[in-house]
Design a binder for this molecule. Structure first.
Ligand SMILES: Nc1ncnc2c1ncn2[C@@H]1O[C@H](COP(=O)(O)OP(=O)(O)OP(=O)(O)O)[C@@H](O)[C@H]1O
Ligand SMILES: [Mg+2]
Length: 359
């Protein structure tokens, strides 16, 4: 049999990503194929996930190609697909049931519960919810940490008031202590947040690994992880490698946001991460002078979605210009205006989350 695209494809049908059931061909991961004499070149892209899987796939694909009649040289390039800025990831294919990274799991040993704050859509207020949730949990005498998992667009360095993380000789990094005693780590505390981060693939995974691996968190009751928008590879990698106690999904009341919330929910369900509930942000606006309540973006959408999807509705947060000021000035509303309706709503939500975590 002479060397053809067909025989190469057939050979690659025997290769799967660890933990996946469909072959790399079936999953559409083989992106390029070139045959020149006895040399075969293939490009395989992996949708995020564990960098170790790239090595496994490379080795396996090389092996099956080398066994193919007529192949003198097999050049296999495996790339981890980047998440594009704005969060729309390459089609996510979580490898359900894949192994957790033992090193990471070891480093988060002192943390009792890790909670991801996620959304399907950007700009719905995840970072705002993460910061205020962390502060509200800390107000209830819990030891709290906040990890900014948004490596492309970190915001917790601003929301939580900045600071300079300390590092020791061995390269261990100590989180910054923010108001309320919350330990904060964000890439924005280390690099200039105005410079776009263009890390890709393995470098990105390395950065994430350091975040989880090199930061000394100490004993923590609850770690809140502010995820980037969407269901991209950072979210997937974190959920695969860190023992997540659960996820909180943030949405706004519009139908488009709700469709995306459903996608986020489906992602967590695929990864076996329990969804603790849905928070509806920017639920309504209450006029400070007349008290009139206006549901600017729609009414009751978050609650209905939660009901349809069979997950708890954790509560709604009103639109409040003080939230923007608080976020921009390093003092989230739970700290700056604890008596405001928005701060009280965050405290309520935090109590519901804590109750589930403590179960
Ligand atoms: N309830 C609210 N009332 C008024 N402004 C809000 C509210 N929630 C969030 N905002 C503002 O909306 C903007 C976006 O919020 P935030 O950065 O928390 O969203 P995000 O989902 O984390 O965004 P990204 O997807 O870019 O990470 C911020 O300026 C924030 O201050
Ligand atoms: Mg954010």
């Amino acid at each position: 049999m002479s060397l053809s695209q067909k025989s190469v494809t057939t050979a690659l049908e025997g290769v799967t990503v660890p933990g996946a059931t469909a072959s790399i061909v079936e999953s559409g991961l083989v992106r390029q194929m070139e045959i020149e004499g006895g040399t075969v070149r293939v490009l395989i892209t992996l949708p995020g996930g564990n960098p170790a899987h790239a090595d496994t796939v490379r080795a396996e694909a090389t092996r099956v190609l080398q066994e193919l009649e007529g192949v003198e040289k097999a050049l296999v390039d495996v790339r981890i697909m980047p998440v594009q800025a704005g969060g729309q990831a390459a089609p996510a294919q979580p490898q359900v049931g894949s192994q957790q990274n033992p090193a990471w799991a070891d480093r988060v040993k002192g943390i009792k519960h890790i909670v991801a704050v996620a959304s399907g859509k950007g700009g719905v207020g995840k970072s705002t919810v993460a910061a205020n949730l962390a502060l509200a949990l800390a107000r209830d005498k819990r030891a709290v940490a906040l990890l900014d998992g948004d490596i492309y667009g970190p915001s917790q360095q601003m929301m939580m008031g900045g600071g300079q993380p300390m590092a020791d000789q061995s390269g261990k990094i100590y989180p910054v202590e923010a108001p309320g005693g919350v330990k904060v780590m964000s890439l924005g505390l280390i690099i200039d947040p105005d410079q776009p981060v263009i890390w890709r693939g393995p470098l990105l995974m390395k950065a994430l690994e350091q975040f989880i691996g090199d930061v000394i968190w100490g004993d923590v009751d609850d770690m809140v992880v502010d995820l980037p928008p969407g269901t991209g590879d950072i979210a997937i990698t974190l959920c695969q490698n860190v023992p997540m106690a659960g996820a909180v999904i943030v949405t706004t009341p519009q139908d488009v946001a709700l469709i995306d919330a459903r996608k986020a929910l489906a992602m967590f369900q695929k990864m076996d991460v329990p969804v603790l509930g849905i928070v509806e942000n920017m639920s309504y606006y209450e006029c400070p002078s007349c008290g009139h309540v206006e549901h600017i973006f729609g009414d009751g959408g978050g609650e209905r979605t939660a009901e349809q999807l069979g997950v708890p509705f954790l509560g709604g947060i009103p639109i409040d210009p003080e939230i923007v000021r608080g976020g921009d000035s390093g003092k989230p509303i739970v700290a700056s205006r604890p008596d405001s309706p928005a701060a009280k709503a965050f405290v309520e939500i935090a109590r519901k989350v804590a109750a589930v975590l403590d179960q």
